[in-house]
Design a protein around this ligand. Structure first.
Ligand code: PMP
Length: 429
């Protein structure tokens, strides 16, 4: 381990040297719900490589399909058509909410968001994009300018040059209006309209929003919030871009967080779990919108046969093993356990999330809501020392994020909760 840490310090850029742990973990291999470090220690993984390996690490069924494709055809570029890419586009049209039919494939969530913005701008003729506070949309310049968490970006959020202005997220725990849902009448969502009215150009290209803000702290907006944003976007001539890079593909107990919600994205961004860990992302648009850029644009690796075949096997696995339903049931068990820990601990301000996309926000005391940043990191480290991986999030890094493989069993959930409970006790003492 020491030898590899020396390589990190010598050869990686500063921006790549931030790790989750005080004593970094060098991962050697993974098997479904578990990871193993280079010294052979086992960890129950409740972070899934930032909520990516929804079907487990190195899932044998999915990897068999990947291996078969790897030996058949690995790369062509988007100059050529391949069967896996076309089959995947068809499959996405089938499984995504109704109306979303045309896909463009790229390699990362950031690129999917960039592509969706370019498409919305071209379709509407407006440049104005409205993301919301505490959003995370990626690290390319456009996506990072739509990101509103200062620790992750040097870009000035909401830059005038880029025509990006931020609305409010639906963060009830720290409501900027000090109001209570539902008496608030969803002031946060309606405030977006004021923002548009104040701008010289009354038309917008799009409102861009995550149904649950992952990196922002698993902020789960109240019912009706997305519906208001959808209405406002359309009223001002814009589109609704929904970024389900993190929430999509079974994670929330539905195939998509917006499935069955009554909200319908004009463009949907997917990534992360799409190929269960191989690089692949997509943006999928309604018919007319997806046709609005007609000059050729390329992505050398986007939709490559290896990632596409793996994505097809991933989606088949999700459906065959009913992983969205499982996530809903397992999520209830996990959530109950987190709530029990919250009752025992003096630091948990709120437990939130949906399905297996869960979090606890830690505060020094419930009254002040002062972020318990050090304490959160100490608990995450303590869990790791005891064989459990959980993630962090939130602008103050005081949100403990839980996102295991959707295949997690009841026994594994109980094991994770036991380690977490002990970690709270140890750190609180
Ligand atoms: N959108 C959301 C909602 C995300 O959570 C992320 C990654 N955390 C991205 C976009 C960017 O994805 P990538 O890191 O693959 O570029």
């Amino acid at each position: 381990t020491e030898q590899y840490l020396a390589k990190r310090d010598k050869y990686l850029m500063a921006q790549a040297r931030h790790q989750l742990y005080r004593k970094p973990l060098i991962v050697e291999r993974g098997s479904m719900e578990y990871l193993y470090d280079i010294e052979g220690r086992e960890y129950l993984d409740c972070f899934s490589g930032i909520l990516v390996t929804n079907c487990g690490h190195c899932n044998p069924e999915i990897n068999a399909a990947a291996r078969e494709q790897l030996d058949k055809l690995q790369h062509t570029s988007t100059f050529f058509l391949t069967r896996p890419m076309l089959d995947l586009a068809e499959k996405l049209a089938e499984i995504t909410p109704e109306g979303l039919v045309r896909s463009f494939f790229v390699n990362s969530g950031s690129e999917a968001v960039d592509g969706a913005i370019l498409l919305a701008r071209k379709y509407t003729g407006s440049k104005t994009i409205i993301p919301v506070k505490m959003a995370y949309h990626g690290r390319t310049q456009l996506a990072s300018s739509c990101t509103n968490i200062s620790i992750y970006s040097d870009e000035e959020p909401g830059s005038e040059v880029l025509n990006i202005r931020f609305g409010y997220n639906g963060y009830c725990y720290r409501c900027p209006f000090q109001a209570k849902y539902p008496e608030c009448g969803l002031k946060c969502a309606h405030a977006v309209e004021e923002l548009i009215r104040q701008s010289p150009e009354k038309q917008i290209a799009a409102i861009l929003v995550e149904p649950i803000q992952g990196v922002g702290g698993v902020i789960t907006p109240p019912p009706g919030y997305l519906e208001v944003l959808e209405h406002i976007a359309h009223y001002y001539g814009g589109l609704l871009i929904i970024d389900e890079v993190q929430s999509g593909l079974g994670r929330t107990g539905r195939m998509f967080a917006t499935s069955e919600s009554g909200v319908s994205a004009d463009i949907l961004c997917l990534g992360k779990g799409l190929a269960n860990g191989l690089p692949l992302a997509a943006y999928i648009a309604k018919d007319g919108i997806g046709e609005s850029i007609d000059y050729p644009t390329f992505s050398t690796f986007g939709g490559n046969p290896l990632s596409s075949a793996t994505a097809l096997a991933t989606i088949d696995y999700l459906i065959e093993h009913r992983l969205a339903e499982k996530a809903e049931r397992a999520g209830e068990r996990f959530r109950q356990g987190l709530e029990e820990i919250a009752r025992e601990s003096r630091w948990v301000g709120e437990v939130r999330g949906r399905g297996l996309f869960l979090a606890m926000e830690l505060v020094r005391e419930p009254g002040s809501k002062e972020p318990a940043t050090e304490e959160t990191l100490a608990i995450i480290n303590e869990c790791k020392e005891n064989g459990l991986i959980v993630g962090k999030s939130g602008p103050f890094t005081n949100v403990l994020r839980v996102g295991p493989a959707l295949t997690i069993t009841d026994e594994q959930i109980d094991q994770a909760l036991a380690i977490l409970r002990r970690a709270f006790k140890t750190v609180e003492e």
